[in-house]
Ligand binder design. Structure first.
Ligand code: NAI
Ligand code: MG
Length: 503
């Protein structure tokens, strides 16, 4: 299906027309200091969607200065909590009003099915901002009974300051929301650097921040490449904290940049290779469907994708075949087609990477049970489409089972018993998510406790909620987003001693 002008919302056309998209710095939309722009593409066709300002170190510096002015003696941290709360809620309302525009921009820029973008990416973002809109009035310190005579001691929880936020392309708007919302609630100011593959929704988010009445300079958006704009933000001496979601490789670079500059605070949400475990005593219909959905959602471009499905001896062949049959049934096509279940991958680079792993699997001894290459069909050849792929007879020590593929490719691995699957499940550098399918309650809780992962789903897979902490053990990250944990990430605790003795 070729997208026609009739199907694109006129507001989206207006947004995409009218010259290169600009940076948001200090409340103004400006060109990059270098004057350079770069193109963002539609992964379903490879066509250029828009030109976008290519910010680099000079622009990051301008944006950090604007964020500093808005923070140091500026309006945002000084505003009453109730007023900050009202403005964040207003932003959520504006995003909701523009839901269709955001959903179409996400589908055009990232490729994901429009039905999913509407429901999850945009719907989830609105709820997420509303959740954090409630927090400013609830960020409290404590009075503490220190053991010193005539002393009153209390804590204040204060905003950490100017936050650099570097986000990936798999959920462009939602990843921005996960970082911007708690930072605003805490009273921080922000320089947001969206991924170069998907910069559009962050630019619109910046526009709506201004429209909501959030003061200029509180949210700045600098589009550009990771190696230039992203690296400059991570290394900037006047940034108090950097928050990052993306690859472990870049996570390491960010830690290094922080340690070599001003020791800014760092929170990281990195990759995963999550075990999704099917025990023989599970509700088999739910478990098999959960195993398939756990990997193929968002084309497998998900940090918690259940990319290692462990299946107990005895039911292995049945479950592997079921997932393969599901994979073959999924409808691959452009995200704008409302019947599409599997859209394109985000870029040629990701397509090459995923196809490389699909070739590697059989070389390591895995058997392709379904999929195994690019999607067929003349209209799909210009885009980055891959068939959902099931690798059976996989072993946990294969590279396809140890490395994050970030595509619709699952390794199905057999196991003997609880002890065996806990050992194999944990035998990996990552620790982001895990799934357990069993009707045995005691076993479910025992395994949930034993798996070294930041989130464990029992008889379900993949849900997140603004109220529940999210993040990784081991190389999957530092810190937790969501809930009060994210407020921790964006605040510093100050202890105040007061001498009450009469002089
Ligand atoms: P990436 O980690 O390079 O990109 C994520 C963000 O980091 C983007 O905004 C990018 O511009 C920025 N960035 C890149 N280099 C940087 C640097 N030196 N300093 C500061 N910021 C920098 O990820 P990429 O290359 O797009 O994808 C490669 C792999 O990373 C994927 O195949 C997947 O395995 C993993 N990944 C994981 C994600 C997650 O949700 N945990 C999201 C995106 C990618
Ligand atoms: Mg793009």
């Amino acid at each position: 299906m070729v997208m026609t002008a009739r199907e694109v919302d006129p507001r989206v056309q207006a947004f995409l027309g009218g010259g290169p998209k600009r940076l948001l710095i200090g409340g103004d939309f400006v060109e990059a200091a270098s004057g350079k722009t770069f193109a963002t593409h539609d992964p379903a066709t490879g066509d250029r969607l828009a030109e976008v300002a290519e910010g680099d170190a000079a622009d990051i510096d301008r944006a950090v200065q604007a964020a500093r002015r808005a923070f140091d003696g500026g309006p945002w941290p000084a505003m009453t909590a109730a007023e900050r709360s009202r403005l964040i809620w207003r932003l959520a309302d504006l995003i909701e009003e523009r839901s269709e525009v955001f959903a179409q921009l996400e589908t055009l820029d990232n490729g994901k099915p429009l039905t999913v973008a509407r429901r999850d990416d945009v719907g989830g973002t609105v709820e997420y901002f509303r959740y954090y809109a409630g927090w400013p009035t609830k960020i409290e310190g404590a009075t503490v009974p220190v053991s010193v005579a005539d002393t009153f001691a209390y804590t204040l929880r204060q905003p950490v300051g100017v936050c650099g936020q570097i986000v990936p392309w798999n959920y462009p708007l939602m990843m921005a929301a996960w970082k911007v919302a708690p930072a605003l609630a805490a009273g921080c100011t922000v320089v947001l650097k969206p991924a170069e593959q998907t910069p559009l929704s962050a630019i619109l988010l910046g526009e709506l921040c201004l429209e909501a009445g959030i003061p200029p300079g509180v949210v700045n958006v600098v589009t550009g490449y990771g190696e230039t704009a992203g690296a400059a933000l991570a290394a900037h001496p006047h940034v108090d904290k950097v928050a990052f979601t993306g690859s472990s490789e870049v996570g390491r670079l960010i830690l290094r940049a922080a340690s070599q500059s001003n020791l800014k605070k760092v929170s990281l949400e990195l990759g995963g290779k999550s075990p999704n475990i099917v025990f023989a005593d599970a509700d088999m219909d739910a478990a098999r469907e959960g195993a398939a959905a756990g990997i193929f959602y968002n084309m497998g471009q998900d940090c918690t994708a259940g990319s290692r499905v462990f299946v107990e001896h005895g039911i292995y062949d049945d479950v592997a075949q079921f997932i393969a049959d599901q994979a073959a049934k999924l409808r691959v096509g452009p995200g704008f087609d409302e019947a599409t279940e599997i859209g394109p991958l985000v870029s040629q680079e990701q397509l090459d990477r995923v196809l490389g792993y699909i070739e590697l699997g059989p070389g390591e001894g895995a058997r392709i049970l379904s999929g195994g290459g690019r999607a067929e069909g003349a209209e799909l050849q210009k885009g980055f489409f891959v068939k959902p792929t099931v690798l059976a007879n996989a072993r946990n020590d294969m590279r396809v089972a140890q490395e994050e593929i970030f595509g619709p490719v699952v390794s199905v691995i057999p196991f003997r018993d609880v002890e065996d699957v806990v050992r194999q499940g944990n035998d990996i550098a990552y620790g982001l998510g895990a799934g357990i399918w069993t009707k045995n309650l005691a076993k479910a809780h025992r395994v949930a406790s034993a798996l070294r992962a930041g989130t464990v789903w029992v008889n379900t897979y993949g849900a997140t909620d603004a109220a529940l902490p999210f993040g990784g053990f081991k190389e999957s990250g530092h810190g937790r987003e969501m809930g009060f944990e994210a407020i921790h990430l964006y605040t510093e605790v100050k202890s105040v001693w007061v001498n009450l003795a009469e002089s």
